[in-house]
Design a binder for this molecule. Structure first.
Ligand code: F6R
Length: 241
């Protein structure tokens, strides 16, 4: 696990964009799973600006949605697919045919999870995983406790995640209580991972994730065992102030 500490959120976003541009140049047809949430947004804006300037070929990239609220149509304002599309898929010009959605609105959500796993297996797993760190140590919506072999599945959100996601949708009542998440097994098997962590409120969980024991209570702690992981954190997150 490589740990890089940068001064602030702007530096984090630039460094993250550098990392991904390099990874895409090495592997233009990479299968990428990409988080929503606040942390990667600066990186995605940076990437959108660089796409034409730096002539980044995104035409062959394949994008997998990381997680989805149960029961929301893709165009619901709260749908994480809509967020991924607006912030990552469209600005990078990724074609619809190269996008795999985690269908939270499917009549049988467990079948949707199996279909997603099958699509990921078909491309040989993820080449690149871009993740944020939940305040409770979750990755995607792999809420604690999540063992490293947890598959793609339907989960109950923890009260902590409901509270932390309420800020995006106005109130806790707006946050669905269940979600579909890409499994720990797929995330930990990604060939390279970038974990982005910003802000003093992530200080304790960041240290538990990178230095603490590997435990289902901190799902991100299993990244210590994964193949090529870069943790990019700002000073506020690392030092807690
Ligand atoms: C988002 C996701 C979550 C977030 C995490 C951190 O698709 O899966 O795991 O990455 O909750 O969220 P922020 O970046 O908002 O602190």
């Amino acid at each position: 696990m490589e740990l890089i500490i940068v001064d602030d959120y702007e530096s984090l976003s630039r460094a993250a964009a550098d990392w991904l541009v390099e990874a895409i140049r090495e592997q233009p047809e990479a299968a990428i799973v990409a988080a929503t949430g606040a942390t990667p947004m600066g990186m995605y804006i940076e990437l959108a600006q660089r796409r034409f300037r730096d002539r980044i070929d995104t035409s062959q990239l394949r994008v997998f949605q990381l997680d989805a609220y149960l029961g929301l149509a893709p165009d619901d304002p709260r749908a994480l697919f809509r967020w991924t599309r607006r912030s990552f898929i469209q600005p990078l010009g990724i074609t619809q045919a190269n996008v795999v959605r985690l269908a939270g609105d499917a009549p049988d959500p467990w079948e949707a999870c199996r279909a997603y796993d099958a699509a990921a297996r078909e491309v040989g797993g993820f080449d690149i995983s871009i993740l944020g760190l939940g305040p409770n140590g979750h990755l995607g919506f792999n809420e604690p406790p999540s063992p490293p072999d947890a598959p793609t599945r339907v989960v109950d959100l923890t009260p902590e995640s409901i509270v932390s996601n309420a800020c995006y949708w106005g109130s806790e009542e707006q946050v669905p209580r269940q979600a579909l998440t890409c499994g720990m097994d797929l995330l930990l098997a990604a060939r390279r991972t970038l974990l982005l962590v910003s802000g003093a409120h992530k200080h304790q969980i960041l240290h538990r994730a990178v230095e603490g024991p590997q435990t289902p209570e901190v799902p991100a702690s299993y990244l210590q065992l994964a193949s090529t992981v870069t943790v990019l954190a700002d000073r506020a997150a690392w030092q807690g102030m």
